[in-house]
Design a protein around this ligand. Sequence first.
Ligand SMILES: [Mn+2]
Length: 318
Amino acid sequence: MDKIIEKLRESKHAAIMAHVSEDPDALGSCFAMAEALRQLGNEPVCYVNERPEPGLAFIGGKYTIFNGDVSDINCDLCVCLDCGDRERLGSRVNIMRKVDNSVNIDHHYTNDLFAGENYVDGEAAATGEILYELFRKMDVEITDKIARFLYIAIAADTGSFKYSNVSPKTMRIAADLLERDFDHAEALRLLFDTEPLALMKMKGAIMGNIHSYCGGKVSVICIDEKMYTRYGVEEGQGDFVNIPRRVEGTEIAVCIKRHKDRIKISFRSNGNINVSDIAANFGGGGHAAAAGATADGSLAAVEKSVVGYCEDALKALA
Ligand SMILES: [Mn+2]
């Protein structure tokens, strides 16, 4: 971490970026880092590849959409946050190549240490948690603004402090962040309890059509592209796999949805099954509790083969 601190201190114009399809940990971490670097006299820019999904606009923070052209970019350090590998930077990898001076701060076990200096803590619940400790070490003042960004980052990656990745340290950090002045209840209401009406109606339809297999241990939802048009929901919006995950008795929850020409499969485990093994059958991967893959064919055919692999996994465990 000392090498990273040195680089952060030396930099005057940092380019900050996180994984594509930014989630709240990614965005909150980028914006918190930008604030911290400003305290050090840096003039940082947060780069994204595409506008983050509209539901995350409440986080605030400024970003620049990278247009793919590096000729105008004059940064002296590339700060990569919450990003497990180079591929997940998308076209911004060209910024990293041009700058040729980079740090990588992340909490994904699978991080392949792609930067010049790397700090990866797979035990940390969120990148925001690591940044809190980094800022403390650097004597960066945790302002109200920084506290709010980090709180949102940590709350998001812990499912509002309820996933198994929450440690006593997570709660101590969160408690310290709450010592600052920001509306934490409002932030989490917007993060977890607010959805566009169209999306809620689409979820209602999905809930009405949950498929149950293996004596209720496997719960599956299927989403075709027509549903998005029917309900006026933008494709890619919405986190649907948590719907089957909530069904009582579920060990494996699966969301199978058509996305452009392919079929995206998301798996969640409620405990005993390592779903990254199941995803591997489709060339995918991830974590024991959350994994994903892509496939071709009809929704029904993919569902059939997914259920087959789930059945095998349950049998192997029994
Ligand atoms: Mn994260």
